[in-house]
Write a protein that binds this ligand. Structure first.
Ligand SMILES: NC(=O)c1ccc[n+]([C@@H]2O[C@H](COP(=O)([O-])OP(=O)(O)OC[C@H]3O[C@@H](n4cnc5c(N)ncnc54)[C@H](O)[C@@H]3O)[C@@H](O)[C@H]2O)c1
Ligand SMILES: O=P(O)(O)OC[C@@H](O)[C@@H](O)[C@H](O)[C@H](O)CO
Length: 491
């Protein structure tokens, strides 16, 4: 089958083969500006909106994507060639595929092309929500103090009076300032990143930036802007050339950037919006007063669980999540970590059986068609382990709970950061702190605590005897006996 490019013009020719928007896209107006259009936004929020639009609702809640980083130029080019359309392929564990062309993303702006246009888009009263998936590192908070890093060069450049804004903070704050002076109510800022208290974190980051610009503006942002917390969940791997080829071969769509994901999807959202919101509850989103218990459950079981799998798996020579997860020694360790260390730190979650949730996670990770890579999970660890794993350790240290498996996860990161796997293959460590991490990791065995002594990452953990004993034992075992033997002792 010859694949046909995807655009509004070709949509009627694709629609008979693949589910496609049943709504008239020319009637969709933008009500949301989303920063960080990557795989996840397109598999999750944009999908929920598309479902509403297919029911004839939410046509005033179309998405205008926005990018600020050089890497976003590619998204700009693809989405402009495809009129914002893309194919989402849901991959079921039995091999069934569910393709759908998503139409809720109707505009895209790459901020460096025209920052003023992005600011005016944000300042326009029709923009009522600004949503974010800018990654854990995107909030520019210092890892050890949790404070907004005002020494960041891009942030400093955005604080120069009259400078064209380049960061998400500069763009959003300039727009809020204009709305304030024009008497337009502020939009809601909705973080959809995997961060404990993501709304609170966004409030802190945007509030701090606004206060640095103008204390009165900072005070207004803190008082008037809503920052709902949320728990978001759908495993969305990085799109590969094989995914593109498969979409062309199976569905005849020449899509330059499709998205693949698992069937499971969950979104628990704090119902706190200043200027209205789409009726997301009609398509399965849980709108609640307190997201806290759901969010802790997901971050400490799923995301920390990913961390409890990925370094061990990678060191042992695996490259895909499902392959590791089908090996009893790795899956057994993961289950024990969840049951004995993560779950005891959780609050009761309304309507959820945690044991079932844990087993379901292992089934989700083991889906052989999603082909999520360990490399994706192993990237940017210095932004992940402190947010997903260390809070579990701190809670357990405080209550006398078990910490041996979490200590082994941290040791596995140290062994991974060393840069060579158990087969002697080099590891392409991707982390903003890579040089320093690798240098510290390579000080083993002379200085077994060198890695953990990085207080900006681990805080006070290096001073805790119970934790350091478990950590040094696991690290020595990983170096001397390897992952499998180490994990066997811990399951
Ligand atoms: N992929 C998943 O399975 C998944 C699931 C749940 C939640 N999430 C959340 O979504 C985030 C993005 O995941 P993804 O899979 O879409 O990744 P991705 O790499 O496809 O997209 C990340 C986007 O964030 C932008 N970004 C990164 N740093 C930024 C910064 N400093 N300022 C502004 N924009 C920045 C990038 O330019 C890109 O547009 C994750 O970090 C996580 O918090 C992802
Ligand atoms: O995307 P991150 O960096 O927050 O974490 C990596 C994965 O654990 C994460 O993307 C999960 O796949 C996702 O949170 C599932 O909903």
């Amino acid at each position: 089958m010859t694949a046909l490019p995807l655009s509004d013009r070709t949509l009627p020719r694709h629609a008979p083969q693949v589910a496609a928007p049943t709504y008239d896209r020319s009637r969709v107006r933008t009500g949301i500006v989303h920063f960080g259009v990557g795989g996840f936004h397109r598999a999750h929020q944009a999908w929920y909106l598309d479902r509403l639009m297919n029911r004839g609702q939410a046509l005033e809640w179309g998405v205008c994507g926005a990018g600020v980083l050089p890497a976003d130029r590619r998204m700009r080019d693809v989405l402009s060639a495809q009129d914002g359309l893309y194919t989402l392929v849901v991959k079921h564990p039995d091999g069934t595929r569910e393709p759908r062309i998503i139409g809720s993303l109707v505009e895209y702006r790459y901020a460096p092309d025209d920052p003023e246009a992005v600011v005016e888009k944000l300042a326009h009263p029709s923009t009522r929500i600004v949503s974010l998936t800018i990654t854990e590192g995107g909030y520019n908070l210092d890892g050890s103090t949790g404070r907004f890093d005002e020494d960041n060069a891009a942030v400093r450049a955005d604080l120069v009076p009259g400078a064209a804004p380049g960061t998400v903070f500069g763009l959003v704050t300039e727009a809020l300032a204009r709305r304030h002076s024009r008497g337009v109510p502020p939009f809601t800022v909705m973080s959809c990143d995997n961060i404990p208290g993501n709304g609170n974190v966004a409030r802190q980051a945007f509030g701090a930036f606004a206060a640095l610009r103008d204390p009165e503006l900072g005070e207004w942002v803190g008082r008037e802007v809503r920052f709902p917390n949320s728990m978001v969940d759908r495993i969305t791997p990085v799109t590969t050339d094989d995914d593109r080829a498969e979409v062309a071969r199976r569905y005849g769509i020449d899509d330059r950037w499709p998205v693949v994901c698992e069937p499971f999807s969950q979104w628990v959202l704090e119902d706190s919006f200043g200027c209205g919101r789409p009726a997301w509850e009609e398509v399965g989103v849980q709108l609640v007063g307190d997201v806290g218990p759901y969010e802790l459950m997901k971050l400490r079981l799923l995301n920390a669980g990913h961390q409890a799998l990925c370094y061990f798996g990678y060191l042992a020579g695996y490259r895909f999540v499902d392959d590791v997860c089908r090996e009893p020694v790795f899956a057994g360790f993961l289950l024990r970590f969840m049951e004995r260390e993560a779950a005891p730190t959780l609050r009761p979650v309304p309507g959820v059986d945690l044991g079932r949730y844990e087993r379901q996670l292992i089934e989700r990770f083991a889906n052989p068609h999603v082909r999520d890579t360990l490399a994706r999970l192993c990237a940017d660890t210095s932004d992940r382990i402190p947010k997903f794993v260390l809070p579990i350790v701190r809670d357990n240290l405080a209550t006398g709970g078990e910490v041996g498996r979490a200590a082994a996860v941290v040791a596995a990161w140290a062994r991974y950061a060393d840069g060579v796997d158990e087969q002697g293959e080099p590891i392409p460590v991707e982390d903003p702190l890579r040089r320093r991490l690798t240098a510290a990791a390579r000080r083993w065995p002379e200085d077994p605590l060198a890695f953990l002594a990085q207080r900006d990452v681990f805080g006070e953990l290096v001073d805790d005897r119970r934790f350091t004993a478990a950590y040094t034992a696991a690290l020595a075992s990983l170096h001397r006996r390897g992952t499998r033997a180490t994990l066997r002792d811990l399951t």
